[in-house]
Each structure stands twice: as structure tokens, then as C-alpha cells.
Design a protein around this ligand. Structure first.
Ligand SMILES: C[S@@+](CC[C@H](N)C(=O)[O-])C[C@H]1O[C@@H](n2cnc3c(N)ncnc32)[C@H](O)[C@@H]1O
Length: 223
């Protein structure tokens, strides 16, 4: 039986192997997820700063930095943050996605990449992300109605048994509830199709990439 501590992301074996996954069996997923995220980021060409919430070992935080953003990572897990600091020279902060230690509008963008699946209250995490973001959110979430999610659940691995997957429609509803009182423009696509090598505007790919633009009330335009 595959046992994990209450927070699996403090498990030293997982922390040590996490980054290596992107170089081995996760190489295709990494390439396709980044291609989709890059497309979504293009909608925020004026953005300069980004906070990645649930940054783990900083794999995507470093990539956001390579895209020209001043990127900061935040995570609850000290061993993950230690690994992120070992792998890259970016600012990393320990904190909780449910109560971010930053003022309103502190970053142009806030990203959560495969993090919502593991927080106890996804709406609160999204509400905090929209509070701290000036212009918008970039979300990467595993799709509940995909072959990938079905395989992950079926694997029996403890990590995937505790994960909560969402469909694109569910994710849109969560964002709209979390952003209550703010106008949002939402764009999404999915990737990690079994055969197709790119992304599609169809709701069955394994990984959902979603851009959420925060729009100001008064001017009816992006903040
Ligand atoms: C599946 S990993 C994703 C890591 C990274 N974003 C990536 O895709 O490579 C989820 C991360 O979320 C973090 N996490 C879980 N709950 C959290 C919370 N309440 N606040 C901050 N981070 C959290 C975990 O410690 C873990 O590093």
C-alpha cells in the first residue's frame, strides 16, 4: 500500500523525485502544458510580475521567469521551497493559498498550476488569487472528464486518490463564484490528448489551461 503523510508534498521521496519527473516520463506533458500556457500568457503581454501559488520545486516559476516575467513562488511545504531555492535563484515565500501574505493587487498575474486539486477550499484559493492579482489568473488543472484523470484515479496511488479534479465547466463556475463582484473574461483550452499533439477548444483533454482576465467595473475594460 502506498502511504503518504497528511500533506504529501512534504514527503522527502516525493520532493526529491518531483523535478526529475519533468525530465523523464513527464517530458511530453511538460512540453504540451507549457505550449498551452504560453498561448494563454500572450493575452497578458503587458504583465510584468507573477506569483505562482503552489509552486512546488519551482518548475513553472522558473519557466514563467524565462518568459520575461518577474516571478515569485509560494508554497505551503518547506521541503518543496528548499528544493525550489536549490534549483533556481528566484524569490520563494512560504504561505497558504487560502490566506496569501500579500496586499490586494500585489502582482499583475497569479498562476496556480496543478494546485487547486490539492487545496481544501478551491473557491477560497481562487478568491485569494483574484484579490492579489491586478490583471488576471493563469490556471492549469487536471480535467476530471479525461482519460488521464481516469487513469490517475485508477492507478491507486495515494496522491491521486486525494486529488480533486475539475471539468472546464466546473472550473469556470468556481472562478465566477470566487470573483464575486468582479467582471471576468475567461478563455480556456485543453491539452494532453491521448494522440493529438496539441491543444483543442474541447472539454476532454487531460490538462485544462485557463486565462482569467479581471475587468474593471467602471471603465468596462481590463484593470
Ligand atoms: C501538484 S504540486 C504542483 C507544483 C507545481 N505547481 C508544478 O506544477 O510543478 C501542488 C503544490 O501545491 C502545494 N500546496 C498544497 N496546498 C497548498 C496550500 N494550501 N497553500 C500553498 N501551497 C499548497 C503543495 O505543497 C505542492 O507543492
Amino acid at each position: 500500500m502506498n502511504r503518504l503523510p497528511a500533506n504529501p508534498f512534504t514527503d522527502p521521496t516525493m520532493v526529491a523525485g518531483y523535478e526529475a519527473w519533468y525530465e523523464t516520463s513527464g517530458r511530453r506533458a511538460d512540453r504540451l502544458e507549457k505550449a498551452l500556457l504560453k498561448r494563454l500568457l500572450a493575452g497578458f503581454s503587458w504583465a510584468r510580475t507573477l506569483l505562482e501559488v503552489g509552486c512546488g520545486p519551482g518548475h513553472f516559476t522558473r519557466w514563467f521567469g524565462e518568459q520575461g516575467l518577474q516571478a515569485t513562488g509560494l508554497d505551503l511545504s518547506p521541503p518543496m521551497l528548499a528544493e525550489a531555492a536549490r534549483l533556481g535563484n528566484l524569490p520563494y515565500v512560504q504561505g497558504d493559498a487560502l490566506a496569501l501574505p500579500f496586499r490586494d493587487g500585489a502582482f499583475d498575474l497569479v498562476a496556480l498550476i496543478t494546485t487547486l486539486e490539492f487545496v481544501p477550499d478551491p473557491i477560497q484559493a481562487l478568491a485569494e488569487a483574484t484579490r492579489v492579482a491586478r490583471h488576471g489568473l493563469i490556471l492549469g488543472v487536471l480535467n476530471r472528464q479525461s482519460l488521464l484523470a481516469w487513469r490517475r484515479k485508477r492507478s491507486g496511488e495515494a496522491l491521486w486518490q486525494m486529488a480533486r479534479f475539475f471539468t472546464p465547466t466546473e472550473l469556470v463556475c468556481l472562478v465566477q463564484r470566487a470573483a464575486a463582484g468582479k467582471w471576468v473574461k475567461i478563455v480556456w483550452r485543453t491539452t494532453l490528448w491521448p494522440v493529438w499533439p496539441g491543444e483543442l477548444p474541447l472539454p476532454w483533454g487531460g490538462f485544462i489551461g485557463m486565462a482569467v482576465k479581471l475587468v474593471s467595473y467602471k471603465e468596462g475594460r481590463e484593470k
